[in-house]
Design a protein around this ligand. Structure first.
Ligand code: 5GP
Length: 179
């Protein structure tokens, strides 16, 4: 089924049932890996807000949840490679286990910037969990990337938190651009 978001057409790629199932698997894996610890889950806004909510709902360990906000697409359909830092983490991460949660890793530039920025605050560890990963688009590898929901082609997607021109975030599924 074809849908329009602003001036572009999209089709369903990953239905919500699959997102939900995979998110539960990731939550279980993270809960096992961090058993006995209480990590900080730091969502990278805006795109990760639904994924963070579904992920923490299914965790079996105590977690703290916080957010930071970065932007890199600025209304287009490809990375500008410029990162705007909108707001910082407010929790002290020194000595804590930090799990950064992304909606999608594309070129890797955003994560690389963020991991470098946070490392100087001396967390005990940093790992990254992303719902989507475009391996063919990667320009800067991010060794902290440990948890990946789905690998996708180098195509522009919206839905489940991801936008095109601030629209499409509430779609309950991942939709890829067609045409
Ligand atoms: P990177 O710095 O890895 O190139 O880009 C990461 C950010 O770019 C993501 O957090 C997301 O905001 C945006 N982005 C990358 N690919 C897509 C995409 O296919 N769709 C949307 N809506 N945003 C994307």
């Amino acid at each position: 089924m074809k849908i329009a978001v602003a001036d572009l057409d999209f089709e369903l790629q990953i239905p919500y049932a699959q997102l939900e199932k995979r998110t539960k698997e990731l939550a279980k894996q993270i809960s096992e890996d961090y058993e006995g610890r209480s990590p900080i889950i730091a969502g990278i806004l805006t795109g990760s807000f639904l994924f963070v909510a579904d992920l923490v709902k299914n965790m079996e360990i105590p977690v703290e949840v916080t957010f930071t906000k970065l932007a890199s697409y600025f209304g287009g359909t490809s990375s500008s490679r410029k990162i705007r830092d909108d707001f910082d983490l407010t929790i002290d991460i020194k000595g804590r286990h930090l799990i950064l949660v992304e909606d999608i890793v594309d070129t890797g530039n955003t994560l690389h910037y963020l991991v470098d920025k946070l490392r100087v605050r001396e967390p005990a560890s940093i790992t990254v969990c992303t719902l989507l990963f475009k391996p063919k688009a990667i320009e800067v590898s991010v060794e902290e990337l440990k948890y990946v929901g789905f690998e996708i082609e180098n195509e522009f997607v919206v839905g489940y938190g991801l936008d095109y021109r601030e629209q499409g975030r509430s779609l309950m599924g991942i939709y890829r651009r067609i045409g």
